[in-house]
Design a protein around this ligand. Structure first.
Ligand code: PLP
Length: 399
């Protein structure tokens, strides 16, 4: 139980917080692994994991211990000095695939801002006067102005304008449009390997290869936004590892800190040399506590057994979902799944019903349930979640 009742919390939230979020009427007070408990003591299976943040489960003992140890010793000194967790995290991330260097951030959108800055500076060095960044329609890259401009759907909001110039979008997986859009003025192609926020829509291997090739032809950078797909979510540390394409820049956040705010822009050797003193910075970035948490999360997520488990459990979950009446398709990879519902079904109503039944899912669009359980979810919990979705679909059909 919490000291303040839910109704009072809702009234206070409405009075004091800017009204930018629509929250479900639940107050959570405790989490462990895949489970959450609300202020009434009700238990929930969490198949959203804080939108793919609590990837090693809620309050994993190794992460809690790493944070506890660091927070009691040293919290913050700024980037005017050295701390070991920051440097070790950078070393670890560089070793995870692209070599090169890394810029640490506090969030996903900031990791993308860093990548956009690098791409523009890299293009200017090629003699490009007005560099352009190409993304896919319905991509999501964040809410700060650079990342927002690369998020076509939200960049349409004229009330927030003017938008940053130098961004354009082509339809998802339209290889011809992508090739046409990339020319000498292109600084980068910035895409998610699997679109997350828009409803779990994978980029085809063909489109990924075309993006890589088009960038190589004009000297532009390929930036993969792995903020949602990364950190083991698809069954490899980074989603790109399961493709034939290697990016120049990769952005990470969400699961990287296991619940603490930390992000990173990873770069190849060449792209990692672009930024120079004064070009970029952030007071909190690379903070000792967030870095200690990220190191503990990486220890867990880089375990090949865990990654194999993600692929196996993902296959079981997909199979279970596809067997349910009312499920038209299942998109995605590993434990990043979008459940496409039959057209007569309303995903929002289903999502609310599932929450009442004790299963947390997300509804990114009217026809899709998005499932992003912790990678540590067990078989019994997967079975229970499939059962709950099946029961909800059945009750919906009976209405
Ligand atoms: N990029 C992708 C693919 C995301 O899914 C998100 C968040 O949902 C972001 C960027 C923005 O990250 P943040 O909310 O940490 O700024």
């Amino acid at each position: 139980m919490s000291a303040t009742g839910l109704e009072e919390l809702q009234a206070l939230e409405q009075r004091y917080l800017m009204q930018t979020y629509r929250r479900a009427p639940v107050e959570f007070v405790r989490g462990e692994g895949t489970l959450l408990w609300d202020s009434e003591g009700k238990e929930y299976l969490d198949f959203l994991a804080g939108i793919s943040v609590c990837t090693v489960g809620h309050c994993h003992p190794a992460v809690v211990e790493a944070v506890r140890e660091q927070v009691g010793r040293l919290m913050h000194v700024s980037n005017l000095f050295y701390t070991e967790p920051m440097v070790r995290l950078a070393e670890r991330l560089c070793g995870s695939g692209l070599g090169g260097r890394v810029f640490l951030t506090n969030s996903g959108t900031e990791a993308n801002e860093c990548a956009i800055k690098i791409a523009r500076k890299h293009a200017h060095a090629r003699g490009v006067e007005n560099p352009e960044i190409v993304s896919f329609e319905r991509d999501f890259h964040g809410r700060t102005y650079g990342a927002l401009a690369a998020t076509p759907k939200m960049a349409e909001n004229e009330a927030l304008g003017p938008m940053l110039p130098g961004f354009r979008a082509v339809p998802l997986n339209d290889v011809g449009a992508l090739r046409d859009a990339v020319d000498e003025s292109t600084a980068a192609v910035l895409i998610e390997p699997i679109q997350g926020e828009s409803g779990i829509y994978p980029v085809s291997e063909e489109a990924l290869l075309a993006a890589r090739q088009a960038c190589d032809e004009v000297g532009a950078l390929l930036i993969l936004d792995e903020i949602q797909t990364g950190m083991g979510r698809t069954g490899s540390l980074w989603a790109y590892e399961q493709t034939a394409v290697r990016p120049d820049l990769l952005t990470s956040a969400k699961a990287l800190g296991g619940g603490l705010p930390v992000g990173a822009c990873l770069a190849t050797a060449e792209a990692g040399e672009v930024l120079e003193p004064g070009d970029h910075g952030s007071t909190f970035a690379g903070g000792a506590v967030a870095s200690a948490a990220a190191l503990a999360v990486l220890d867990l997520v880089e375990d090949p057994e865990l990654l194999r488990g993600v692929r196996e459990k993902g296959a079981v979950l997909r199979e279970g979902l596809l067997a349910l009446d009312g499920v038209a398709e299942v998109r995605g990879r590993g434990l990043m799944l979008g459940v496409g519902l039959a057209p007569e079904l309303d995903a929002a109503a289903l999502g609310e019903d599932l929450l009442r039944r004790g299963l947390i899912v997300n509804v990114p669009e009217p026809s899709t349930l998005r499932l992003l359980p912790p990678l540590t979810v067990d078989s019994a919990q997967i079975e229970r979640a499939v059962g709950l979705i099946g029961a909800s679909l059945l009750s919906y059909a009976g209405r």
